[in-house]
Ligand binder design. Structure first.
Ligand SMILES: Cc1cc2nc3c(=O)[nH]c(=O)nc-3n(C[C@H](O)[C@H](O)[C@H](O)COP(=O)(O)OP(=O)(O)OC[C@H]3O[C@@H](n4cnc5c(N)ncnc54)[C@H](O)[C@@H]3O)c2cc1C
Length: 349
């Protein structure tokens, strides 16, 4: 049996940040990641706000800067907003964070899958190439993404998600902005073209009920973009994934189990931006574990409070906008997308 102070399940940005924070404080940290290679395959459009700039630099993940976001409405009308940020290499970002955690003393096990939990005895069951292992933990941080096997093991409800598909394509005309396409064809989601130097991420996310059409929609979008001479016709890479869109899960803490990042439902339900909240909540979860294990009784409860205070209002607004009746026209889209004044206005009466 392995023993640790803090067991971290999943080494995306939330798990990496949690492992780093807890290991830096001297705790015995074990982080398990089911993938053999941290960060690979990349399932992300790779945009982060400038606030993650220092971390992107430290991990060698910065690819290029973007100054703004262009939004294309169903009518074809375009609008541009200042949305300064960075395009990053997600694999380098996630791997760099995990490496920093290792350097701070965390033990990292890749190719190791969390299987189940005996919460009463604070035991987790995992399996890697060497077989099954039992891990005795004092605090467990679930940073295991939108499907959160830890949440499932506890019996918590599954998070509502949007499903996405993405291709990496050659970028013919360089861009220093991100581009978003709103359309009735993309219910509950949108399409994007995000630059990465000489390549671009081209993707679409939609509600589950429309997911069967994702392949066809993405092919049509790719064809249109290549006919317009903006991207090349070759597909360099394919990926996809799920994006939580229902807001924070009601239980951010269950006993001595904390949820962070996508596992906690912290991704923005309208934009799908989840790297920043994953890093912030991961770090807070790591620090909460440190405080709890140094004797502060309410530290884990305080974690839930801090997360809600930081992200609650913005996530609640985004959830409301998604729920409101939507239509295919520009007007309805303006109310449901962050680039427009209508999104931020509260209607009275
Ligand atoms: C197509 C797409 C595009 C996106 N684009 C952006 C974007 O441009 N900007 C942005 O900010 N956000 C974007 N997001 C969202 C962003 O990727 C997530 O919010 C972010 O990855 C959340 O980080 P996390 O650490 O919480 O979870 P994850 O990154 O999902 O990490 C969870 C980790 O847990 C591991 N794991 C799962 N189950 C187990 C298990 N049983 N045992 C061990 N390990 C396990 C997984 O392998 C994974 O490595 C996008 C998402 C998708 C799907």
């Amino acid at each position: 049996m392995e023993r640790c102070d803090v067991l971290i399940v999943g080494l995306g940005p939330a798990g990496g940040a949690a492992a780093l924070a807890a290991a830096r404080a001297g705790l015995r940290v074990l982080a398990v990641e089911r993938r053999q290679n941290i960060g690979r395959p990349v399932q992300c459009a790779e945009y982060v706000p400038l606030s993650l700039g220092a971390m992107a630099q430290r991990t060698g993940a910065e690819i290029q800067r973007v100054h703004g976001m262009r939004t294309v409405l169903p009518s074809g009308a375009e609008t541009e907003n200042a949305f300064p940020g960075l395009m990053i290499d997600r694999e380098r970002f996630d791997a760099g964070l995990a490496r920093a955690a290792q350097e701070a003393g965390a033990e990292v096990l890749t190719g190791c899958r969390f299987l189940g939990l005996d919460r009463e005895n604070a035991l987790a069951y995992c399996r890697d190439g060497g077989g099954e292992k039992t891990v005795a933990y004092r605090v467990l941080i679930a940073a295991d993404g939108p499907a959160s096997p830890v949440a499932a093991a506890i019996g918590l409800t599954r998070l509502d998600v949007v499903l996405a598909r993405q291709i990496v394509v050659p970028l013919i005309k360089k861009m220093n902005w991100t581009e978003v396409f709103l359309s009735g064809d993309y219910p509950g989601g949108y399409a994007w073209l995000f630059p990465r130097g000489e390549r671009a991420n081209l993707g679409i996310g939609v509600e589950r009920r429309a997911a069967g059409r994702l392949g066809e929609l993405l092919r049509a979008l790719h064809q249109r973009m290549s006919e317009e001479g903006r991207v090349g016709g070759t597909v360099l890479l394919r990926s996809g994934g799920a994006i939580p869109v229902g807001g924070p899960r009601p239980e951010l803490v269950v006993g001595n189990v904390l949820f962070a990042g996508d596992a906690a439902g912290l991704t923005h339900p309208v934009t799908g931006a989840g790297i920043h909240p994953a890093v912030v909540s991961g770090e807070l979860a790591g620090k909460a574990a440190v405080m709890r294990l140094s004797g502060r009784e309410g530290a884990l409860r305080d974690y839930a409070g801090e997360v809600r205070e930081l992200f609650g209002a913005s996530l609640a607004r985004a959830v409301r906008r998604r729920r409101e009746a939507q239509g295919p026209g520009d007007g309805a889209m303006r109310r449901s997308w962050v680039a427009f004044r209508e999104y931020w206005e509260e209607r009275t009466g």
